[in-house]
Design a protein around this ligand. Structure first.
Ligand code: GDP
Length: 285
């Protein structure tokens, strides 16, 4: 059901805390990049380049192997990327359709990016944060047990399509696995898969299954670490290092740089928008 129609009780239905369940307000802090640019540099780094900010907390000389600069766009590029995510009469951002099978998916020529993650990882919150500059967009959620899980497609202007894959659990039903697998394996215009991992708990069994799937299909994918506002700095540093080590030593197709984000504070959201704009070919000069 459409999120905006449920607003009065959205927190309860989405299982969110009151802060995130209150619709736009959750993302109101520094929504627009023009406001971010006015921040003191420390705050700006924390909000826009959270991995770099974290890196600064390691003991000098400890040399943690975080990859900070593989994707390190200029502030101008981040501002440019933001325009693709800003709804206007000329740049319509909207829910397109849902599909339970790949042959029901829209046949689109636009490049596609998809978001996958286990239930509760923070996927709907992240997608809402990415779309916070298009407040009319309906981010769909189906969390009630027994409801059919669908793949949801969102059109982002003429630029790309964002695809929200159903959340999975450890014991996902077979038809559900088939649907996700078929999409990942066969979708021709899929440019990148964003695999969400909860930074509080790190890589769980269900995440490993998704990672194995991406590796098996040789997909280019990216690990996004959600809910970074929730842990103490020390705990977060530990998790990030562990996940980085995993990516460096156990994966082939995963982009080496991690993307830590918080849908609550908007940390990392601007950078992620810019990365999406870049890999869908929209930042090409
Ligand atoms: P989904 O099942 O993956 O779509 O997860 P949701 O987006 O519904 O989030 C699951 C729970 O985590 C909800 O209670 C959210 O309020 C909470 N949550 C999601 N993202 C964040 C975040 O960035 N920070 C915090 N503190 N909580 C979050």
């Amino acid at each position: 059901m459409a999120a905006h129609r449920l607003r009065p009780c959205v927190g309860r239905l989405f299982g969110m805390g009151p802060e995130l369940g209150s619709g736009r307000r959750a993302y109101s802090a520094f929504q627009a990049f023009t406001e971010v640019l006015r921040l003191p540099s420390k705050q700006l780094t924390k909000l826009v380049f959270p991995l770099q900010e974290l890196h600064g907390h390691f003991v000098p000389g400890s040399r943690p192997d975080l990859h900070l600069n593989i994707f390190h766009p200029s502030l101008e590029d981040i501002a440019r990327a933001e325009s693709f995510f800003t709804a206007s009469a000329r740049n319509r951002i909207e829910y397109l359709t849902s599909a339970v099978r790949l042959d029901h998916a829209p046949d689109l020529r636009r490049p596609e990016v998809c978001f996958i993650g286990r239930s509760n990882v923070g996927k709907s919150s992240l997608i809402k944060a990415l779309f916070s500059l298009a407040p009319e967009v309906e981010v769909r959620v189906s969390k009630k047990p027994g409801h059919t899980k669908k793949i949801n497609f969102y059109k982002v202007g003429k630029h790309f399509t964002l695809v929200d894959m159903p959340g999975y659990g450890y014991r996902a039903p077979e038809d559900f696995v088939d649907m996700v697998e078929t999409y990942l394996k066969e979708r021709k215009n899929l440019m990148r898969t964003f695999l969400l991992v909860d930074s509080v708990v790190g890589i769980q069994k269900a995440d490993s299954i998704a990672i194995e799937m991406c590796e098996e299909f040789a997909l280019p994918y990216v690990m996004v670490l959600t809910k970074i506002d929730k842990s103490s700095k020390g705990h977060l540093l530990k998790q990030v290092l562990q996940i980085q080590k995993f990516v460096d030593t156990k994966t082939q197709g995963c982009f080496p740089q991690l993307f830590p984000v918080s849908a609550m504070t908007c940390s990392g959201i601007h950078l992620l928008r810019c990365f999406i704009a870049d890999i869908t070919g929209n930042l090409d000069y």
